[in-house]
Design a protein around this ligand. Sequence first.
Ligand SMILES: [Ca+2]
Ligand SMILES: [Ca+2]
Length: 323
Amino acid sequence: MRTLTVCTLALLGLPHLSSGGCTDIPNLNTIRHTGSSLGTGHTFKVFSTPSFLVCMEWCHRLSMCRSADFKRERSECRLNVKSSIQDPSLLRTTIGSIHVDKEKFPELVFDACRTHSCENKTMCVSGGCIPVLEKTCGSPPTVENAEPSRSGPFPVGHTHNYKCAVDYVPFYEPYTTCQYDGQWTAVVFECIHQCIASGNTIVGSSWCYFFGNDFKVTYNGAKSQCAARGMVVPIIDTQQEWNAVVPHLVDFRGYWIGAYAVYSPWPHRTWYWYNGQRVSYQPWKPGQPDNLLLQQMNVQAGNRGWDDEKNWANRYFMCEINF
Ligand SMILES: [Ca+2]
Ligand SMILES: [Ca+2]
């Protein structure tokens, strides 16, 4: 077993150890010893150590540890609650990182603790007993447009998997793990609105438009309809955007857009988008805006141009999202 240990270390690239004869040991060849790691989401403890051995020793002492990633250049050890044996798809190429699954690393390397017992709430490291901190994590970080997660506390090692709300698609790692220090691993997960071009949806390079052609609503109704889709009533602030939208407007129909008027001073009006930006590009229909009956403070867009309209009128609507 001692030879096995030395060969393991030699395979892992520790220079002062002989690698003679190691290739004859088949089970060690299966260790993925360079250039791989699990994602960050399954890590429950990160700490500094220049020694890969110390890194693996911690993994062996903590029952929730299933694998470790060791970054030699940063002297960083990451302990994971999952292993590439359980789930090979988690393994990814990571330059300068060594990934080792616990069950592939010979436990006999850590002789000092094999004959040493420690009391409750302490654990053996390098032959000595150190206290185990019993921390918990609160609720997992919120991710916009993901389904809400259960509220905490959660035990160290707990992995939360995010799920996107309806009409949203997942990007990046969908999980976070409660770490040893009571913090969740950094969440890089995102839920992106699913813009798939179809009868009522058009998709550009960085935007998506939905055309509500099935029923009419008031201006507030349009805002609710768009919010329900994770979208907003459009801000059409360039000719390029207007040109992309116009061909999709049904003739003789008005669609709410997100502009509104402010009197400044009577009877002149200044137009704003709901985000506070002034409306500069204004492709009005001939004869508009006319502020008919002095009640038209919002804007409907048609394929012949814009027209000011009272906000309680029933019109079609469109929604926008940018990404
Ligand atoms: Ca826009
Ligand atoms: Ca009008």
